[in-house]
Design a protein around this ligand. Structure first.
Ligand SMILES: [Zn+2]
Length: 370
C-alpha cells in the first residue's frame, strides 16, 4: 500500500523541471535569497537576454510591471513567496512556457484579465493558492500540457475544460469539488488525472474516452460506486482509499415508475420504428436520441430517465472487489437468472461474467485501497 500518489506528483514535477536549462547568459537562479522586492539590477542588465528565472522561496508580495520587459523569458518560478498580484504587464511575456506560482496568495482577482493571451504557456502551477473558482482565463491557454491547481478552494471545474485539448496532466486534488464535468472525457491526451482529497460523489461515464490515461487518483472522496468506464481504462495506477465504496448493494428505494413518454419512447426504439424530423416535434426527437442501452447483454432494451441501479462487483488484481454502477431497463431485467430481481454482493451466483471482469483483471496492475 502506498501512502500517497508519488508517481503522479513526480510526473508533473519532472515536466516542470524538464524545461529548466542552466546557461550562463540566459539563466538566473535567485531562489532562497531573501528578496523582498524584484531586483532592479536584473531589470537593467538582463531583461532582454534572460530566459530562465527562479525567484522562488523569497518574500516577494508582487511582480512589478517591469517584468513585462523580460520578453524572452520562457521559464519563471515565483513559487513560495507571498504574491497576491500579477501585474497586467505579465501578458507581454509571450515566450513564457512555464509559470510556477505555487504557494502564494493568489486569487481570481490577482490575475490579469488578459492572462489568457500568454498562449505560449505549456505548464502552469497555481497549487497552494486561494482560488475559490477555476480561473476562466486558463481555458484560453490552448498550448497547456500540465495544469496544477491543487490545494485551493475550487468548487467546480468548468465544462469548457475540453478546450485544453493538449492537456496531459491535470492536478485538482485538495479542492472542494463535488463532481467533475462530463467534458473532462474530451481531454484525449490526458495521462494523469488527480482528483484526490475532494468531496466527489460521482464520476462521469465519459472517463472511458481517456485512452491515454495511466494514473487516476481518487482517494479521499465520497465515491460509493464507480462508473464501469473505470474498468475499461488502460490504467497503471488507481488510488481509491478513503472512499465510502459500498461493499454490499442494498436497495432501499423502489425504482421510479417509467412515464408514459418513456414507455412510448422505449417502444419506438426497441421496435426500431422509423421517423423523420417532419413526423415529430424537436423535443421528442431529442428525447429519443437520449436513449441508453440496457447493460444486460441478453436484453435489447433501452431506457431514458427511469432505470434500475445495478452494482456489479468486479475483482481487480484478484484482490479487490470494486463496485461498478450500471443501469438496467427494469426490475425484471436482470443480468442473472430472471427470478433474482437485484444484484447483490454475492459472487457465487454470477454465472455470467461480462467483459468487465476480464478487462479489470488484465489491465489494472496496481490498485491502491485504504
Ligand atoms: Zn434490460
Amino acid at each position: 500500500m502506498m501512502t500517497d500518489f508519488s508517481e503522479v506528483k513526480q510526473t508533473a514535477r519532472t515536466m516542470e523541471e524538464s524545461y529548466w536549462i542552466e546557461k550562463e547568459d540566459e539563466t538566473e537562479d535567485l531562489s532562497y535569497t531573501e528578496l523582498i522586492s524584484f531586483p532592479q539590477w536584473l531589470h537593467q542588465h538582463r531583461s532582454e537576454t534572460l530566459k530562465y528565472l527562479k525567484l522562488n522561496h523569497n518574500n516577494l508580495n508582487m511582480l512589478p510591471g517591469l517584468i513585462g520587459s523580460f520578453v524572452n523569458l520562457t521559464y519563471l518560478d515565483i513559487s513560495n513567496n507571498s504574491i497576491t498580484y500579477l501585474t497586467d504587464e505579465f501578458v507581454k511575456l509571450n515566450q513564457l512556457k512555464v509559470l510556477i506560482a505555487k504557494n502564494n496568495g493568489l486569487t481570481l482577482d490577482s490575475l490579469p484579465k488578459q492572462f489568457g493571451l500568454v498562449k505560449s504557456l505549456e505548464v502552469v502551477n497555481f497549487g497552494g493558492n486561494n482560488f475559490t473558482e477555476f480561473p476562466p482565463q486558463i481555458l484560453e491557454l490552448s498550448s497547456l500540457k500540465c495544469l496544477h491547481l491543487g490545494a485551493n478552494k475550487i468548487v467546480k471545474i468548468p465544462s469548457q475544460i475540453y478546450q485544453l485539448s493538449l492537456l496531459r496532466h491535470l492536478y485538482v486534488g485538495g479542492n472542494e469539488l463535488i463532481e467533475v464535468p462530463a467534458e473532462l472525457g474530451h481531454l484525449s491526451c490526458l495521462e494523469s488525472l488527480v482528483l484526490c482529497d475532494n468531496a466527489i460523489q460521482t464520476l462521469p461515464t465519459t472517463l472511458s474516452h481517456l485512452r491515454n490515461l495511466r494514473s487516476l487518483s481518487l482517494h479521499n472522496n465520497q465515491l460509493q460506486t464507480l462508473p464501469p468506464a473505470v474498468a475499461s481504462l488502460d490504467l497503471i495506477e488507481l488510488s481509491l482509499r478513503n472512499n465510502p465504496l459500498v461493499v454490499r448493494f442494498v436497495r432501499d428505494l423502489p425504482p421510479e415508475m417509467p412515464s408514459l413518454l418513456e414507455l412510448a419512447g422505449r417502444i419506438v426504439k426497441t421496435n426500431n420504428i422509423q421517423y423523420t424530423a417532419a413526423d415529430l416535434p424537436r423535443n421528442l426527437i431529442d428525447y429519443l436520441k437520449s436513449a441508453q442501452r440496457c447493460v444486460n447483454p441478453r436484453c435489447k432494451g433501452v431506457y431514458f430517465s427511469s432505470h434500475v441501479e445495478h452494482v456489479k462487483f468486479v475483482d481487480f488484481c484478484g484482490k479487490y472487489r470494486l463496485p461498478l454502477l450500471q443501469y438496467l431497463c427494469s426490475v425484471t431485467c436482470t443480468i442473472k437468472k430472471p427470478s433474482v430481481a437485484y444484484s447483490n454482493s454475492s459472487s457465487s451466483s454470477e454465472s455470467e461474467t461480462d467483459d468487465l471482469d476480464e478487462i479489470a483483471r488484465k489491465k489494472l496492475k496496481k490498485v491502491l485501497l485504504g
